[in-house]
Design a protein around this ligand. Structure first.
Ligand SMILES: C[S@@+](CC[C@H](N)C(=O)[O-])C[C@H]1O[C@@H](n2cnc3c(N)ncnc32)[C@H](O)[C@@H]1O
Length: 208
């Protein structure tokens, strides 16, 4: 990992992902988490303050970036929820099968290199009936925007740590075997055009 990725990028992402608009999106999704929670791509911990301490027993946040994890650790210290942070990949979660009530992903499936692999891991780790909560920027349904998303995806990824702006997260979630419970796919007013269209909601691992 180069100097930019290790030391600069986490701060850039913290600033960009800490915007008022994204904070509103987090506040719609994260408080729904309950029980034993795994957060994939916890980053600098911008979601940690949104967990409801009454509903949540424990949060395990996973991210490959140690600089981001250090920032998340600083945020975690003042919170009333039990939080464990660990270096790792969503593609190989260091969690037992059928152990989590909720898995959370906000603005992470854009960056994980193999989102299908990550979602297979989310499925493995969730208990039957457990919920996957997600909020992600996705490919736009507006053809002119999506064409530009395709064109710029490579350059964008090189600037922003491998982020992809043209993924169809709802389709990936369905293909992984989840049952969609709620899914809002909409343009978020005020958001930058390439990340304006966002998918938020939850999906369930089918109960046995
Ligand atoms: C745009 S940031 C979002 C961070 C955080 N989820 C948020 O909502 O603020 C993308 C995050 O995905 C993380 N990431 C990249 N590859 C990953 C992987 N294979 N597994 C888990 N997280 C990954 C990055 O380190 C980064 O923290």
């Amino acid at each position: 990992m180069g100097f930019y990725s290790k030391y600069i990028l986490p701060k850039v992402i913290d600033l960009a992902c800490g915007s008022k608009i994204m904070t509103r999106q987090r506040a719609r999704v994260v408080p729904q988490a309950s029980g034993t929670v795994v957060e994939i791509g916890v980053g600098t911990g911008l979601n940690l303050g949104h967990y409801d301490a009454v509903r949540v027993r424990q949060v395990t946040g996973i991210d490959p970036c140690t600089t981001s994890l250090a920032m998340a650790r600083a945020r975690a210290t003042s919170l009333p929820v039990a939080i464990t942070l660990a270096q790792g990949s969503a593609e190989a979660l260091p969690c037992a099968a059928n152990s989590a009530d909720t898995v959370v992903s906000t603005y992470t499936l854009c960056t994980v290199p193999r989102p299908e692999r990550a979602l297979a891991e989310v499925y493995r780790v969730l208990k039957p009936g457990g919920r996957f909560l997600f909020c992600e920027h996705v490919a736009s349904p507006h053809m002119r925007v999506s064409a530009w998303q395709d064109r710029l995806n490579g350059v964008w990824g090189r600037c922003f740590g491998g982020c992809n702006i043209n993924r169809n997260v709802a389709r990936l979630v369905c293909d992984a075997g989840f049952e969609i419970g709620e899914h809002v796919s909409e343009d978020i007013a005020g958001e930058m055009v390439f990340i304006r269209h966002q998918s938020a909601g939850w999906a369930r691992k089918p109960a046995l």
